[in-house]
Ligand binder design. Structure first.
Ligand SMILES: *[C@@H]1O[C@H](CO)[C@@H](O)[C@H](O)[C@H]1NC(C)=O
Length: 399
């Protein structure tokens, strides 16, 4: 028995040593972040090994594990919570219990998780939506969508977009006493990608009379053309979105094909016939000077057209809001945009901010020094609480 515990201790120490990574010293509450990082790295290593042995698909295992923190819809003294469907898409709805004379504002929230994991029921998202409903005195619709790798682009986008259009129906807005002129859309990470794409789509659809009042995008993923932006190079091992992890999500969103993943990692997945798109992700011209540091811009290296023929989605503007033409950005709603210092997605965010402003869109840009990918939805972190309070006061003023 004793020998067993000694072995376990040694094994534990070896695993901890293997997965431990130092983190920058301006990250708040570093031990919490180090612990999350160790757990995530251990999980990824184990999960990939299980997949390598042919036992279980890595992404399915990750989705299953994340779903362990799902919570049921539970009302409390201040907010009623219920699960329902909007045009076949499951949504979780939060309605404040406080009496109000008029109509309420509404936030349509799209969760992150690389299009493959997570849910509105996840503890993290349930917490964000509940607190938003309570603090803002607003109706929150937290949308679900079918996930990869079983479902691929554009299913995710179609699901959230059809749920939002259902919400826009007169009878539905009346049912929840929502003011049609005060509806905003929010999303984080891949949910931010979907939110940005839905905003662009609505703008281009004259049949839809309701206009979004704001869009709030938390460190969204916005493009797959260039995976060697300075932030991708500098922060490829930063929690909670390592570059290899991001590439796996991207690959599972479009293809579920390990060879596609390898080609993306080589950054030569775009054929020359798409060269005209690179101006939209040209960090040499779109990234503010102070973020470029010593990185030297190289013109793209083009690859064969095999992948773009098999999986054209990854070059589709509906998947990559940063590839939209200026004319598609003009008229987008007032934007709240959050980027984090230690995030591979920092630069595409910064470039979208530049492009939105150039197109005349009003943007409130919050750059969180010491922030990292995913921080907003981890309610136990002080940084998350600060971001949340700031976001709510912005919504109070602008939605
Ligand atoms: C990127 O911008 C630089 C100038 O800032 C220019 O020299 C280069 O040709 C551009 N490359 C592409 C692919 O747009």
């Amino acid at each position: 028995m004793e020998r067993k515990s000694v072995y376990l201790l040694i094994m534990g120490a070896l695993v901890a040593y293997y997965v431990y990574m130092p983190i920058p010293d301006n990250i708040e509450e570093p031990w919490k972040v180090v612990l999350m990082n160790v757990l995530l790295r251990a999980f990824i290593n184990l999960g990939l090994f299980i997949e390598f042995l042919g036992i279980y698909n890595f992404m399915d295992l990750l989705a299953l594990t994340i779903s362990l923190v799902d919570v049921s819809p539970t009302s409390d003294e201040t907010v009623s919570v219920m699960d329902t469907k909007f045009n076949n898409t499951p949504v979780r709805i939060y309605v404040p219990k406080r009496k109000t004379a008029g109509l309420r504002r509404a936030v349509f929230y799209i969760h992150g998780g690389g299009w493959c994991i997570g849910s509105s029921a996840s503890f993290f998202y349930d917490s964000v939506s509940r607190r938003t409903a309570e603090k803002l005195d607003a109706v929150v619709i937290s949308a679900d969508y079918r996930l990869g790798p079983a479902h691929r682009f554009p299913t995710q986008l179609e699901d959230v977009s059809s749920a939002l259009r259902w919400f826009f129906r007169k009878d539905v807005l009346e049912q929840y006493a929502v003011d049609p002129e005060r509806i905003g859309i929010s999303g984080d990470s891949s949910g931010g990608c979907l939110a940005a794409a839905v905003s662009q789509q609505l703008l281009g659809n004259p049949e839809i009379k309701i206009k979004l009042k704001i869009q709030a995008l938390f460190y969204p993923i916005l493009q797959f053309l260039d995976l060697e932006l300075p932030s991708y190079q500098e922060f490829s091992h930063m929690p909670l979105l390592y570059k290899s992890f991001a590439v796996r999500f991207i690959s599972d969103y479009f293809a579920n094909d390990r060879s596609f993943e390898k080609v993306i990692l080589s950054n030569q997945h775009v054929p020359e016939e798409y060269s005209h798109l690179f101006k939209f992700v040209n960090w040499s011209s779109l990234l503010p000077e102070r973020f470029r540091k010593g990185y030297v811009y190289k013109n793209p290296t083009y690859g064969s057209s095999e992948m773009s023929q098999k999986y054209p989605g990854f070059l589709d503007v509906r998947a990559s809001p940063l590839l939209a033409d200026d004319s598609k950005l003009r008229g987008l709603p007032l934007t709240y945009f959050l980027t984090c210092q230690y995030d591979v997605l920092r630069d595409e965010g910064l470039m979208y901010v530049t492009r939105l402003r150039n197109a005349g869109v009003q943007v409130t840009h919050i750059h969180v020094e010491g922030g990292f990918h995913g921080v907003f939805v981890i309610p136990k972190l002080k940084t998350a609480q600060k971001i949340f309070d700031q976001y709510i006061s912005w919504l109070k003023e602008n939605l």
